[in-house]
Ligand binder design. Structure first.
Ligand SMILES: *[C@@H]1O[C@H](CO)[C@@H](O)[C@H](O)[C@H]1NC(C)=O
Ligand SMILES: *[C@@H]1O[C@H](CO)[C@@H](O)[C@H](O)[C@H]1NC(C)=O
Ligand SMILES: *[C@@H]1O[C@H](CO)[C@@H](O)[C@H](O)[C@H]1NC(C)=O
Length: 564
């Protein structure tokens, strides 16, 4: 690892310099709540583990929860109530075959549910690792029962073989997009769409290089687009950098995107994406020399605004074990979209005999633009689908899927940095506080099973609270939010937990309520309680930006604040 440092540090210096000198590198929660039964509604089934896949069915008032060898239908309002379940176990023969291939009988040779999506006919599509032989099936919920149809569809390329591998998936208009490895050895990573026609990425290290897939999301960029653009699917992952002049491996974070209408090329890139473009994503943390690695993302869109105003919130953790910092950076979708639509490409140039250097491509770029979706300009030239794209365009993108420019976060620095248990998952919710302003609150799961609630008030990082969800410190493996119930759902190996956006009643005095600086909570003078904002018609005492407790009627002398 030491050899690579001198060169890579140089490569990263411009980033580190963009940070302000006085940026705090640690943010401590104002208060911390140890495990308590009442912290959350909990679900756990005796002898069942790995509750790491979730599907909200708000239409049915259900939370579908995928675990090892089982799927549960839980009451969305209180997940401790199990309404139905279905087992999906591997057969003895499958177990034996798995064991004969050298896998562990008790861990790897089981069926871990990894994919749970709603289909357009209101059934569900489910995939499991199935003892290193991934399989998919349809599932329905009717008359209080969950039923698997036992279709036995091949799950290769949709679901990982290895339950310890990270993967990503999304269902868009009944088409399944997945990012995982397509073979037993885990050596052939793909971003794939299974239908209407199956297309995937090339097996080339310039496309995907030992990737670790993180998440996927879609953006309606074709909606009322003046250019006649197409909707996109975004993929977040980390991978070994091909472009770094390092003697050793260096991992970087990436965002890639494809166009929904992509059908592949006619001769070049047959049944492969013609629109796969990727770029590096940076989240500069002052202390670090190696880039931080992306771990999870959350797409935040204000329903009243255009897609261009959507943001991606992303969690990053260090590449080396020596640091225990985690960070959150936020990115504008429009910034990412612009790099793909207008940015320069990187191109490989051979130097010496066996070494390739990646530099900015400054030659002529073919038309239509390589990697672009089919738009009005292309249609005008009689190119109405990707199958019509000329070989020049396709060959260009086949060799150069990487953009030259890296994506920088808003403000060129993290929204939150914290030392301690590593961040694992994030969701973001927006609330209009008593001052009329809208605030975005980050809910962050950690490796120790805690949930952090954090905000960034005009540049000030503030962690409102930390809550221990589980009795034993288990990493949070999944987080979901239901707009219908206003509840957050978290899954770990041990179980699932449900918490509200705020538990204002934990603050017993006005001072504590105001100093908590929780935009969901305010002090109601009349009932003398800390209450949820939207539940109260009266004006509440709240001071989220300043935490000014002198607004409280019974506020004592200032030194009292320090004690809290
Ligand atoms: C499943 O849960 C068990 C028990 O907590 C844990 O030891 C194991 O690592 C988990 N497996 C996966 C694939 O996450
Ligand atoms: C497009 O196709 C139509 C019919 O096939 C043809 O008449 C027209 O000349 C073509 N236009 C261009 C720009 O190639
Ligand atoms: C969430 O629900 C509220 C009403 O309950 C609605 O006004 C709002 O638009 C919803 N937000 C999203 C993102 O669907």
């Amino acid at each position: 690892m030491h050899l690579l440092l001198p060169l890579c540090v140089l490569w990263l210096l411009p980033l580190a310099w963009t940070l302000e000198e006085d940026s705090p590198l640690d943010c401590v929660p104002r208060r911390s709540f140890p495990y308590h039964r009442d912290n959350a509604h909990l679900f756990h089934e005796e002898g069942v583990f790995n509750y790491s896949t979730m599907l909200l069915r708000e239409d049915l008032d259900l939370l579908l929860l995928g675990a090892r060898e089982a799927v549960y239908a839980l009451d969305l309002k209180d997940i401790s109530k199990k309404l139905a379940s279905v087992k999906w176990e591997v057969t003895q023969q499958q177990k034996n075959e798995c064991k004969n291939k050298g896998k562990d009988l008790e861990t790897e040779c089981k069926n871990y549910i990894r994919i749970l999506h709603q289909t357009e006919d209101n059934r569900m599509y489910v995939c499991g690792t199935n003892a290193f032989d991934p399989e998919c099936d349809y599932m329905s919920y009717a008359n209080g029962k969950l039923t698997l149809e036992k279709k036995g569809e091949d799950g290769k390329g949709k679901c990982p073989f290895d339950p310890f591998h990270r993967y990503a998936s999304i269902m868009v208009e009944n088409n399944l997009y997945t990012a995982t490895s397509i073979n037993f050895l885990g050596s052939e990573p793909v971003l794939m769409r299974s239908s209407p026609i199956s297309i995937r990425t090339e097996f080339k290290s310039s496309w995907l290089n030992e990737p670790n897939f993180v998440s996927m999301t879609q953006m309606p960029e074709g909606y009322m687009s003046e250019e006649g653009d197409d909707d996109k699917v975004y993929l977040f992952f980390s991978e070994t950098a091909v472009e770094c002049d390092c003697y050793n491996k260096m991992v970087v974070s990436r965002v890639a995107r494809v166009c929904k209408g992509d059908l592949g090329g006619q001769r070049t890139l047959q049944k492969k994406w013609t629109s796969f473009l990727k770029a590096r994503m940076d989240c500069p943390v002052l202390e670090s020399q190696l880039p931080y690695i992306i771990q999870d993302t959350y797409r935040f869109c204000d329903p009243q605004q255009d897609w261009r105003d959507c943001l991606f919130y992303a969690i990053f953790t260090p590449q080396s074990d020596k640091s225990d910092l985690s960070a959150v950076c936020a990115y504008r979708v429009s910034d990412i979209s612009r790099v793909f639509a207008e940015g320069k490409y990187k191109t490989p140039v051979p130097v010496e005999t066996s070494f390739v250097k990646w530099v900015m491509y400054s030659g002529d770029v073919p038309v239509p633009r390589p990697g672009a979706c089919i738009d009005n300009a292309a249609r005008k030239a009689n190119i109405t689908k990707t199958l019509d794209l000329p070989d020049r365009t396709l060959q260009f993108i086949k060799d150069r899927p990487l953009m030259d420019q890296a994506i920088q976060p808003i403000g060129n620095k993290p929204l939150l940095v914290r030392r301690g248990a590593r961040f694992t998952r994030i969701i973001v919710n927006q609330v209009q506080a008593a001052d009329g302003e809208k605030y975005r609150v980050m809910f962050i799961g950690t490796e120790e099973g805690t949930m952090l609630k954090a905000v960034n008030y005009d540049g000030e990082m503030f962690i409102i609270e930390e809550v221990h969800l589980f009795q034993t410190p288990e990493p949070i493996k999944i987080l979901t939010f239901s707009n219908l119930t206003g509840q957050i759902y978290a899954g770990s190996d041990y179980g699932a937990a449900q918490i509200p956006l705020a538990t204002c009643g934990r603050s017993l005095s006005c001072m504590d309520c105001v100093l908590a600086r929780d935009p969901y909570c305010g002090w109601d003078k009349d009932v003398r309680k800390c209450v949820f904002l939207s539940n109260s018609p009266r004006g509440l005492i709240q001071s989220v930006k300043k935490g000014d407790a002198s607004l409280c009627p019974e506020a004592g002398p200032p030194f009292c604040f320090q004690i809290l």
